[in-house]
Design a protein around this ligand. Structure first.
Ligand code: OOG
Ligand code: MG
Length: 276
């Protein structure tokens, strides 16, 4: 993997512009590494940090973070062999039961994930799953709606990281539980589309235990000089492959011990994210 930082501030801003426009207009662009083949992971996280800075500057609140590409199913589907992280803001969250508009998205896909809500700060490097579990207040089911800004949903790791790991929308719900009361390894999940099971797995598919993905995320944050704040909502990554959705689809994620969570997709909705 190319770790180098090769881009100057002007190039970082240009790439952030491209991604922001693609998201705001729901228009796909070529993956960034086509034009910047020397771009490294450090560059990609600088582009992501610039997108985050802009989101917060326009009044969005940082709600938490997500780990991505943490299961073999996801890595195989995307052809990328390493995990990534992304940030989550108040503009991306949708309430349980609220229809989610696809009009402002390019080619949305859904993922079922275990979300962690922290009560203590977590810092790397060297953060462990044990530390994550000790700092966790509760876990709950989440459905992430990802939407790569790249044509054909096709990318490499650097392009995906710059694109905030395809983050678009997310919904938390179901039943919140204390992690100590659960076996988060053997916990099963079934993803249904329009009443038909389309994917299923156990949460151990995520790095052996989803808390490992949160520890990995904290260690990537540390490399950027950041800590995970208490009260963060953190998704640990899709347990199965992601499933494409369009208007009219209804997705239900049935989690063992954590209840189920449904999302209905519509063409427009009154509360659709404003283009920004
Ligand atoms: C990258 C984001 C992956 C996950 O849970 O694995 C992700 C992508 O597949 O577009 O959110
Ligand atoms: Mg995800």
């Amino acid at each position: 993997m190319n770790n180098a930082a090769t881009l100057d501030d002007a190039a970082i801003a240009r790439l952030a512009d491209r991604l922001q426009t693609a998201a705001a207009t729901a228009t796909a662009i070529a993956k960034l590494s086509d034009d910047y083949p020397a771009m490294g992971i450090a560059d990609a996280y600088r582009v992501q940090a610039e997108l985050r800075r802009r989101a917060l500057a326009r009044g969005e609140r940082l709600v938490g973070w997500k780990a991505g590409l943490t299961s073999r199913a996801k890595m195989a589907q995307m052809g990328v062999a390493e995990p990534s992280i992304g940030f989550l803001t108040s503009a991306m969250v949708r309430a349980e039961g609220e229809p989610v508009s696809v009009s402002d998205l390019l080619h949305p896909r859904v993922e079922c994930e275990v979300a962690f809500v922290t009560r203590r700060a977590l810092a790397g490097p060297g953060c462990t799953a044990e530390q994550v579990l000790a700092a966790t207040d509760h876990v709950l089911p989440a459905i992430e709606i990802i939407d790569s800004r790249f044509s054909g949903f096709s990318f490499d790791l650097v392009s995906a990281v710059a694109d905030n790991s395809s983050s678009a929308r997310y919904v938390g719900g179901g039943r919140a539980r204390y992690p100590a009361e659960l076996d988060l390894r053997s916990l099963g999940v079934v993803l249904e589309k329009n009443g038909e099971p389309v994917a299923m797995a156990a949460a151990a598919a995520v790095m052996g235990h989803p808390a490992n993905a949160i520890a990995m995320l904290v260690n990537i944050l540390a490399a950027q000089g950041e800590v995970l704040a208490p009260g963060s909502f953190v998704m640990s990554g899709g347990i199965t492959e992601a499933i494409p959705v369009r208007a009219g689809d209804c997705i239900t994620a049935k989690f063992q011990d954590l209840g189920s969570l449904s999302v209905r997709f519509v063409e427009q909705s009154g509360t659709a994210a404003k283009a920004s």
